[in-house]
Design a protein around this ligand. Structure first.
Ligand code: HEM
Length: 375
């Protein structure tokens, strides 16, 4: 095949592929969930800023937090994709280099705008829509660049032609028909995730006797989840219509791929149904269950996405035949750091939630109804 694919790293893989891919799936799922929550929060914040100040406040608190999680959870899968698929991922990154490097200033701008919004919203309410819009545009742009990079990494046969026409790295993966469906598939669940967060907030508020605010949170949350479900169906269809025949065939012939696709759909609908059942109920039990189902759906998507990559790249690399030179010491170090990091996360989350409860007792703060709501 006429494709300039660099040779596999002579150092080999530092761990068996099963362990590397399992860790990549776990961390990429966390990245996707955080990224989707952040994108959806920015979008719903724009819509609710004037009409629902309590909801807007809650989402405004979540925006910088989500940003920090999406970046932190993006780094481990970035390391894994470079280790496992480095020949492809580095090559496509260089080919769209001008765009790829712009991801860094875009993230800084988006993250900065999110923080700026949170810190200045009370003092300068006038410019807040601009700040949130900057954050949203930066998020959407980064996601689009990622989709272009990943789809180009799957098409080594296009690299020479791409380089011939755009040697300066100033072109995205033009002509790739799966880009838009794929973009929708990964970003539309953002609306679902942010809607679910509002449903969760509603259960929490209702338990504390704040029924009116809970109702509006629930209403917006469920609407967002319904709209996301409809849009996701459109994205899926758009992707299906543009996928290469071999990939489509794999979905119908491979039980694993078909099962993952069905699993993602069922878990997604399950999350929607459970969130719907939580209407008018106090407490967070059902919304938390819905959140777990949603994460399960995203995990199915992540695994299916990687199996599809393996189908695309089979002519260039069979992962099972990649050389492995294990470095167990490093693995133990990674797992220990991961466990400590996750424990830290649990402690921090508990502290944030108890801070919210405390602030609620005083009638404001941490995304709960504030002076803005009652006025
Ligand atoms: C700031 C906003 C971000 C958005 C909206 C975003 C969105 C996305 C999307 C849509 C994909 C899937 C692309 C595809 O498969 O076609 C993706 C993949 C990925 N993202 Fe992010 N991302 C963001 C930031 C980051 C950051 C900061 C990192 C790393 C520090 C990161 C690491 C990754 C990795 C490693 C993958 C793909 C891994 C693989 O192919 O196995 N992302 N991201």
């Amino acid at each position: 095949m006429n494709a300039p694919v660099p040779p596999f790293d002579p150092m080999g893989l530092p761990l068996p592929t099963s362990i590397l891919t399992a860790l990549a799936y776990l961390t990429l799922t966390l990245h996707f969930v955080a990224m989707q929550f952040t994108v959806g929060s920015a979008l719903l914040l724009l819509f609710s800023w004037r009409r629902q100040p309590g909801v807007a406040r809650f989402l405004g608190n979540g925006l910088p937090l989500g940003f920090s999680y999406l970046v932190t959870f993006g780094i481990p899968p970035l390391l894994f994709v470079q280790v496992i698929w480095g020949q492809f991922f580095y090559s496509s990154s260089v080919l769209i280099g001008a765009y790829w490097i712009s991801v860094i200033p875009l993230i800084i701008a988006g993250y900065g705008a999110a923080y700026w919004h949170r810190l200045s919203r009370d003092a300068r309410p006038k410019y807040q829509l601009v700040l949130v819009a900057v954050s949203l545009v930066a998020l959407l742009a980064v996601g689009y660049i990622y989709v272009n990079n990943i789809t180009l990494s799957l098409r080594p046969e296009r690299w020479l032609d791409h380089y011939r026409h755009h040697p300066g790295g100033g072109a995205l993966n033009y002509g790739e028909s799966t880009r838009f469906g794929r973009y929708g598939l990964f970003l539309v669940p953002g609306l679902f995730a942010a809607g679910l967060a509002l449903v969760l907030r509603a259960g929490f508020l209702r338990r504390r006797g704040l029924g009116e605010e809970a109702d509006s949170s629930q209403r917006i949350g469920l609407r967002a989840m319904l709209v996301a479900t409809a849009l996701q169906a459109v994205a899926l269809l758009a992707l299906w219509l543009t996928l290469p025949g071999a990939v489509k065939l794999a979905f119908t012939e491979s039980r694993l791929l078909g099962g993952l696709a069905a699993g993602a759909v069922l878990l997604g609908f399950g999350a929607l149904a459970v969130a719907w059942l939580s209407r008018a109920r106090a407490g967070t039990g059902l919304p938390v269950l819905a959140a777990h189902l949603f994460v399960g759906a995203i995990a199915c998507l992540v695994v299916a996405r990687d199996l599809v990559r393996q189908i695309y790249l089979r002519p260039y690399l069979e992962l099972s035949s990649a050389p492995v030179l294990p470095q167990w010491g490093m693995f133990v170090g990674f797992v220990l750091t991961l466990v400590v990091g996750l424990l830290f996360l649990v402690v921090m989350t508990k502290q944030t939630v108890s801070g919210m409860v405390g602030a609620l007792g005083k009638g404001q703060g941490a995304g709960e109804p504030s002076a803005e709501v009652s006025s």
